[in-house]
Design a protein around this ligand. Structure first.
Ligand code: HEM
Length: 380
């Protein structure tokens, strides 16, 4: 239990943390990787370069400080992060490493302003926050379909669109269970020209694992750092090859069962929603809105054709090349405001949609989303 004095010190440091949050976490990462270069095998180098992880961690620490009297308020965020941590094999023994380096960074950036009292209060508070994560992650390890990264053989590769491929994998060591719709798997590869392992999450395309576990990967054409793993999978991994996978994870799941659904996806964001569609389509009415550059870029055409005959689902396609972006006007013609909305796409796409929903007066509690990239970097 934290004392009132400790809590007060932590609360009093919130403005300083907000001012220096990103600076502190940047210094933290640099210092930690110098002392523990093995952790470069777990962290996403692209997120580091783009500053995404720094923002995410800084925001989480500040959120925790703001809610220090009732840490349960940050549980939904912790749950989402804990799923990622479990998928990446983050273990209790990693937490003191992060803690020591975070405290060092606070001292380093704040200098004399970081009094022994402030340092002691934050050390204690970090311990309490870390315990929340560790406990939640222990439960996720217990319920995981398998432990650690296990070799899977690629049994099918399909070009779903010019930029998106699906990979179906099987393993003799794992008896696959049906997947929870909306979850992702985590792939570990070691590209030949890289010093470290690289881990990435990819959404699962189908809840049915009878013929293997199928996930989708979009080639990234944006630059050399981005898409390191995606492009490796696209260019080098073929049927018969082995890749390492940790068990399905993620809490982007359909939670209500009595409301009509709206699915909205941008690009490869269609993937988890296809799993959800498969799972929900016989239970209720679904409007599926997909935004793509043009018709060619739409993935999963075979599945879409199959679902077209189901009267419960209605598809709406927006082609930005010819029609521009999805707008409030377009969405207002489709959504009546009483549905539960699930969406997936890039961080920018999510932010755009959230702004439109706010303009439309749609209650945020009805909007569930999973961006590619840290969820907490979404600022809308
Ligand atoms: C991801 C917070 C401890 C490794 C994240 C994310 C947040 C976060 C907010 C982004 C989640 C998202 O993608 O939406 C925290 C907090 C921690 C903590 C508040 C301590 C209380 C740790 C520890 C490790 C770790 C101990 C391992 C040394 C990672 C990795 C990612 C991640 C590898 C994936 C993102 C990337 O690679 O860029 N964490 N974390 N975290 N965390 Fe933690």
């Amino acid at each position: 239990m934290l004392t009132e004095e400790t809590k007060n010190i932590v609360k009093a440091t919130i403005p300083v943390l907000e001012e220096h949050g990103t600076e502190i976490t940047s210094a933290f990462y640099q210092h930690m990787f110098e002392a523990h270069p093995e952790l470069l095998n777990v962290f996403n180098k692209t997120n580091q370069k783009l500053g995404r992880q720094q923002t995410a961690l800084a925001q989480t620490v500040i959120a925790a400080a703001k809610h220090i009297d009732h840490l349960e308020a940050i549980i939904p965020n912790v749950n989402q992060i804990a799923h990622k941590h479990r998928a990446l094999e983050i273990k209790p023994e990693h937490y003191p490493i992060v803690g020591e380096n975070l405290i060092w960074a606070i001292q380093h950036v704040l200098g004399d302003a970081a009094t022994p009292e402030i340092v002691a209060a934050w050390t204690e508070t970090y311990g309490v926050i870390a315990d929340v994560f560790i406990q939640m992650e222990a439960a996720l390890y217990d319920e995981a379909d398998w432990q650690g990264f296990v070799p899977f053989k690629v049994v099918a590769v399909k070009e779903e669109s010019p930029e998106i491929k699906s990979f179906t994998v099987q393993s003799d060591a794992v008896q696959l269970k049906p997947v929870k719709a909306g979850q992702y798997i985590t792939v570990k590869v070691h590209p030949e020209d890289e010093t470290n392992d690289a881990l990435r999450h990819y959404s699962i395309c189908s809840v049915d694992t009878t013929h293997g576990l199928k996930f989708a990967v979009k080639r990234d054409v944006a630059g050399e750092e981005r898409g390191m793993v995606s492009n490796y999978l696209h260019d080098h991994v073929k049927v018969g090859d082995e890749i390492l996978l940790s068990a399905p994870a993620g809490e982007f799941l359909v939670e209500t069962d009595n409301k009509d659904l709206v699915f909205i996806s941008g690009g490869v964001g269609m993937t988890p929603l296809m799993s959800m569609l498969e799972d929900e389509v016989d239970k209720r009415s679904i409007k599926f809105i997909h935004s793509a550059y043009n018709r060619d870029a739409v993935p999963f055409k075979d599945e879409i054709t199959k679902f077209h005959n189901n009267s419960n689902v209605e598809f709406f396609f927006n082609y930005s090349e010819s029609e521009g972006r999805l707008t409030k006007e377009k969405l207002s013609r489709i959504i009546n405001g009483n549905e539960e909305i699930y969406m997936c796409g890039s961080v920018g796409f999510m932010e755009g949609m959230l702004e439109i929903f706010s303009d439309m007066g749609i209650d945020r509690s009805r909007v569930h989303f999973e961006p590619f990239g840290p969820k907490m970097s979404i600022t809308v």
